[in-house]
Every structure is written in C-alpha cells, then in structure tokens.
Design a protein around this ligand. Structure first.
Ligand SMILES: [Zn+2]
Length: 231
C-alpha cells in the first residue's frame, strides 16, 4: 500500500476493466438467466473462478511459503492466472501497509478495496498468504508489474523506522529468498524493488527508513542457506 487507508493507485483500473470484460463475455449466457443486475461484483468474481481455462488444480488453504498462514483475500482484489506459465515472475515488490497487520488483512478481505498483496508480514515475523503466487494480485498499481511480480506487505508506517523490526526483516528475507529460488530470479535491486519504484506509481512505500542494504544482505544469506539445504 503506502497511502493511508487505501491501496488504490493509478493504473489498477486497467486490471479490473480487463478482468470484468473478460468475465462478462464468458458468463454472459449464465448471467442473463439470473439477471446481471442481481449479481454483485463478488459473485461475478466467484463465477469467473469456476470457469474453465486457466485452471491449475488448487487445494483449499494451500500456501506457497511453508509456515505462512492462509487468509484468503477477496476475489475482486486479484485475478486468476497460471503463473509462471502465462506470465514470467521476475520481480518482488516490497510494500509497507500504513496500518496494522489486522487492519490490512481486513481491507484485503474487502471486495470493494480493489487491491491486495500476496503476502503480509507482521512485525513479529508471522506471515499471512492471501493470494496464491499463481494468481495476479492488484498491489502495484501497474498492470504489467502486477502480472510479473509477487507483492509483500510489511506491517508499519513509512515514517516510523522502529516499525521495521529484526523479526520482520528476517522473515521477509526468507520469503523473498524462496521466491527468488522458485522463479530463478537474481537477488538484487533490479529484481527486488519497492512499490515507489514501479513506473507510474504515486506511492512512496517502503520509504526512506527501509534498509535496502540490510534487506538484500539477508535475502542473499537466506538464498544461500536454501541452496545448501536443498536435495
Ligand atoms: Zn505499496
């Protein structure tokens, strides 16, 4: 996020417009039987889920990062996809929530919020996964960057350096290292970026107090540990 109380940003509409028009096309027949007017946006999104097409089998509650807690985001805040088969994943985007962990989970579960990230990291290092990495989360405010990235939110405020705890840096670095391993992504500042660096964004997170040198160092260390323990 990075703007108080709302994750909305320029460009996000592109995602939604495309999603809705495709959905409308596909479910046109079924919807007309019930009457489009009776279907809330959330219902449309749920129906889209059930349509054949980009359908990798999914297990309810499954997570991509071991130890993460599954907390489902509202279906309207992301788009079903089949990554990395349909879109190459080559970016991790770092966000700061500008609110509490619980408050962030709450807005990402709200279908009218219009945005959500794949992961939310709490200040004690606990991690919630809200959207599968297969899918495109609306977090970057830029369609291309949504499609190519995994978004990680961190509990805190950009102007409060004390919010960025050791536990949070460590947990987030382990998560990012796994993502880099999974999609064969180099651990560097070209591929691990802040929301502020997304083209066209008006968001400033993670802000000047986010310690990039430290973070990249931690990700590299976790990446090496992952490599040496893998069979
Ligand atoms: Zn952000």
């Amino acid at each position: 996020m990075g703007k108080q109380g709302a994750g909305s940003g320029k460009g996000r509409g592109g995602d939604r417009d495309r999603g809705i028009s495709r959905r409308t096309l596909i479910i046109g027949g079924a919807a007309s039987a019930v009457g489009v007017g009776l279907l809330a946006r959330g219902d449309l999104a749920r129906m889209w889920w059930q349509m054949p097409g980009v359908d990798k089998p999914r297990e309810a509650g499954a997570v991509d990062f071991k130890g993460a807690e599954w907390v489902a985001a509202a279906a309207a805040n992301w788009r079903r996809a089949d990554r990395p088969a349909d879109y190459t994943i080559d970016r991790v985007i770092i966000h700061v929530t500008q609110g509490s962990y619980q408050g962030t989970l709450k807005v990402f579960k709200d279908p009218w919020h219009g945005a959500a990230a794949h992961y939310v990291v709490r200040q004690d290092g606990h991690i919630a996964q809200m959207i599968r990495e297969l899918d495109v989360a609306f977090h970057a405010g830029n369609k291309d960057f949504n499609e190519r990235s995994v978004g990680i939110e961190h509990e805190g405020f950009v102007d409060r350096p004390e919010d960025f705890t050791d536990e949070m840096y460590e947990a987030s670095a382990r998560l990012t290292a796994r993502i880099c391993r999974r999609y064969d992504m180099p651990v560097d500042r070209e591929h691990i970026i802040g929301h502020v660096e997304v083209p066209g964004t008006d968001h400033t997170d993670p802000g000047p107090h986010w310690d990039w040198d430290r973070y990249i160092r931690l990700v590299k260390a976790a990446y090496e540990r992952d490599g040496s323990t893998k069979a």
